[in-house]
Design a protein around this ligand. Structure first.
Ligand code: ADP
Length: 576
């Protein structure tokens, strides 16, 4: 039969193991599972975002190019007619510059005449600008002089006869500068003539006006598209939960020098509001008008690094919590296992103690009974002495057996108490009377003090007597030099107190609560040499609890002990 307590212990062990191993392990599995899912989801989101970004970049490039073409065509339409004199042409080109502040230089190249190259007069004071003027004039007249015909043929093949040359050149200040310029033909002129016009973008204008305005416009256009549901990827292919934080994030774009081989993020050419530095999520090499530049895009605020850091932080926090759980669980398991080991040791001590306890009285009874049977004892006194030994030993035996039986009933949760109206003063007196002879024979001074007028109470007679016998027996067992036994019964307001005191070996303070545990025996050498089961006090405690009371001990090593059972006068109807 399994006892309730054993069940409890098993439950506690399972609970501890559950806490220590199963719970953290399950959490770990769950967290991993979530991470894998999150990674998978992130990959999906990432792929869609990248697709969207690439799409946005392509659209943006197209729009920027369109704008540039438009500006070049507008300028071309204002170019002077072919039959104008060089002076007229120069004048008209100056007017073109006045109407198109985005161009720094304009020119007309005619293979039969010197190049007419005009620059913005407002910037003429800048020596670097003047140097640019000279350089470009030289470059174009030389280059077109050599390859003008070829370039014209190329241009005629295009839907729009305009071509662009973009790239960085080293300025007179030694720094790299970006510039892009258009060259175009005049459709009204006969094809065999090599006449080219051109307009060079003002770098400052590109930097300060063209790109910032374009980027701003492009970004607000994306938001517009999104609101109208035209935006292709993330927001429409993902469920809102998956798009998550990305849904509300605004975009940022940047233009910077670079080509497919190298790029220079530290020298941004222009950026949209909200570009807080860092690398673009996706970038595109611009071609045609703005070759030599790159266009980058990302979400405002967050960078891939920030997202990564967040993820690492989250993982660390989860790991920390799990570690604490595991360590806590292991500590609990360790404690629990320790307890079990200690209990197992106590049990084995108990078995050896009890078997000795049973064998000794049985051997004595048998010895004395056999001696009597043989009829060798002649004197009545001797016979009486033998009879009394047999009686005492059998009493000891039955007390021990009663203790063990009671204990096993308690362990099985089957102990029942029979509460009856009782004169407890008489019960105590009678119990002591049956031990008086033994007490005195062992040389103990018995001081019995039972207050008069103790009211009748509902108790289990047998159980209370057994508790008293256990306390008295302990007092007898654990006294060495001074043999004194005090038993007191008195009323303290609504509580009845039964005190058993001795002047024996006493109990260390740190053991005073443990002695009430089952099988527990102190380490005192006298205790070691005295047989006992370690069950007595645990029974006393159980019995007092069943009566709604409490048992306490006051003791000092070498000075003796006082055990007090406090029983409330109004007792529970039936406790078990
Ligand atoms: P047992 O006496 O069979 O060992 P108990 O449960 O009655 O078991 O007592 C538990 C332990 O408490 C004893 O082994 C002893 O160490 C200590 N003890 C009990 N009563 C006394 C006492 N009166 N004086 C000193 N130690 C005591």
């Amino acid at each position: 039969m399994k006892s309730k307590r054993e069940g409890n212990t098993r439950f506690r062990l399972i609970l501890t193991l559950g806490l220590a191993v199963v719970l953290p392990a399950l959490t770990l599995i769950y967290v991993n599972f979530r991470h894998v899912k999150a990674i998978k989801r992130d990959k999906k989101v990432e792929a869609l975002i990248h697709r969207d970004f690439e799409y946005i970049l392509a659209v943006s490039e197209k729009q920027m190019n369109e704008k540039a073409y438009q500006l070049a065509e507008q300028a071309r339409d204002l170019f002077p007619p072919d039959n104008a004199t060089p002076e007229e042409k120069s004048k008209q080109l100056d007017q073109v510059l006045a109407k198109s502040p985005w161009f720094a230089h304009v020119y007309i190249f005619d293979s039969e005449k010197p190049i007419i190259f005009r620059s913005q007069p407002a910037q003429w004071n800048d020596p670097m600008f003047r140097a640019d003027h000279e350089r470009l004039k030289r470059v174009y007249s030389g280059w077109f002089g050599l390859e003008g015909k070829l370039i014209m043929e190329e241009l005629h093949k295009r839907p729009k006869p305009i071509s662009w040359y973009g790239g960085e050149y080293k300025g007179t200040d030694g720094q790299p500068h970006y510039s892009t310029s258009s060259s175009f033909t005049f459709p009204q002129l006969p094809r065999e003539r090599v006449v080219l016009g051109g307009a060079v973008f003002d770098t400052r204008y590109l930097k300060q006006t063209f790109f910032p305005e374009m980027l701003d416009l492009l970004i607000s256009k994306q938001v517009d598209m999104d609101q109208k549901g035209l935006f292709p990827g993330i927001f429409h292919e993902l469920r809102p939960a998956e798009a998550g934080e990305h849904k509300d994030q605004r975009l940022a774009m940047m233009v910077y020098p670079g080509n497919s081989r190298n790029e220079d993020l530290d020298r941004p050419f222009a950026m949209s509001p909200g570009w807080s530095g860092g690398e673009p999520e996706i970038s595109r090499n611009l071609g045609d008008v703005f070759s030599g530049l790159k266009l980058g895009i990302k979400f405002q605020g967050t960078t891939a690094k920030a997202l990564g850091d967040k993820w690492v932080l989250q993982s660390l926090a989860i790991l920390a919590v799990l570690s604490v759980l595991m360590i806590g669980g292991l500590a609990l398991t360790y404690r629990s296992v320790n307890k079990q080991v200690a209990l197992a040791k106590l049990k084995s001590d108990f078995v050896s103690n009890v078997s000795h306890e049973l064998r000794t009285p049985l051997a004595l009874i048998r010895l004395y009974a056999e001696t009597l049977e043989l009829g060798r004892i002649t004197t009545q006194d001797k016979k009486n002495e033998y009879y009394s030994i047999i009686r005492k030993e059998s009493e000891r035996l039955s007390a021990l057996i009663n203790n063990i039986l009671d204990f096993s009933r308690i362990e099985a949760g089957a102990k029942e108490y029979d509460f009856r109206e009782t004169d407890i003063a008489e019960l105590v007196r009678n119990t002591l009377d049956s031990y008086r002879f033994q007490i005195e024979q062992q040389g103990f001074a018995l001081e019995e003090q039972i207050d008069p007028g103790i009211p009748r109470v509902r108790v289990d007679r047998e159980a209370i007597a057994r508790a008293l016998v256990n306390l008295v027996n302990n007092a007898l067992k654990y006294s060495d030099n001074e043999k004194f036994l005090g038993v007191r019964l008195y009323r303290d307001n609504a509580v009845l107190k039964l005190e058993v005191s001795d002047r024996g070996i006493g109990i260390e303070r740190n053991e005073q609560t443990r002695i009430f545990e089952k099988f527990y025996r102190t380490c005192d050498p006298l205790v070691h040499n005295t047989k006992g089961s370690g069950l007595g006090l645990s029974l006393v405690r159980h019995i007092t609890h069943a009566h709604g009371g409490e048992v306490e001990v006051e003791s000092a090593p070498g000075r003796g002990s006082k055990f007090t059972m406090s029983l409330p006068l109004v007792q529970p109807e039936a406790a078990s």
